[in-house]
Design a protein around this ligand. Structure first.
Ligand code: GDP
Ligand code: MG
Length: 203
């Protein structure tokens, strides 16, 4: 039996969400920007501390807000599964202050719109495009302190382009999620599929 964890990846358009996911799963990066128009689900398997997990990674297309109710989630195909995710990766571009404002808004809405103790869901804020750090709008330390101390979220900076800290960010999030017991259903092990080349990451 393996545990399944669903992770919703949310952020403003062009910040590198799809690039981070594809680098993590396929070791692949494209300079060409292809906007994600529909919700896409990736299902890699990972091994962390000797345990296997099936991840359900939702690449969420641009949404104006976090769905405030289950009915809103069902009416908007882009949001399916977003409210009940076991963890969130909120991506912004370290050179784009608007993308940080977007992450700030979504984080607030997750806390407000998820009910009861589920509002304490693990959230990792990710500053992408670290390779362009000369153009960053705020020093790393200042953002890190704000996100960790005030928002009570994890914080990692990465570069999807150079595959820098990409595995680390998933490892960090998974570590928090597992520690908090954020498990979903148990599914039958599908070893063959999981162990296909590039589908199982040992962290
Ligand atoms: P999404 O809309 O958030 O899914 O963004 P994409 O993953 O499609 O990436 C948007 C653009 O940013 C593409 O042209 C990527 O090549 C580029 N990009 C993504 N990650 C990085 C990065 O770490 N560094 C640099 N320099 N460019 C990146
Ligand atoms: Mg995309």
């Amino acid at each position: 039996m393996v545990e399944t964890l669903s992770i919703a990846v949310i952020g403003a358009p062009g910040v590198g969400k799809t690039s981070i996911i594809r680098q993590f799963i396929y070791n692949d990066f494209s300079e060409v920007y292809t906007p994600t128009r529909t919700r896409y689900v990736y299902r890699p398997s990972v091994i962390l501390n000797g345990n296997m997990y099936e991840l359900k990674i939702l690449d969420v297309p641009p949404i104006s807000s976090f769905p405030s109710s289950s009915s809103q989630e069902w009416l908007d195909l882009r949001c399916r599964g977003v409210r009940n995710a076991n963890a969130y990766i909120l991506v912004y571009d370290i050179c784009c202050v608007e993308s940080f404002e977007y992450v700030k808004m979504i984080r607030q809405q997750i806390v407000e719109h998820r009910e009861g103790s589920s509002s304490e869901v693990p959230i990792l804020v990710v500053g992408n495009k670290r390779d362009l750090q000369r153009q960053r709008f705020m020093p790393r330390r200042a953002v890190s302190v704000l996100v960790k101390k005030t928002w009570k979220c994890g914080y990692v900076e990465c570069s999807a382009k150079f595959n820098w800290h990409v595995v680390l960010l998933f490892k960090e999030l998974l570590g928090i999620a597992v520690a908090r017991g954020m498990r979903q259903n148990h599914t039958a092990i599908r070893l063959q599929g999981a162990l296909q080349r590039n589908r199982c990451t040992i962290m």
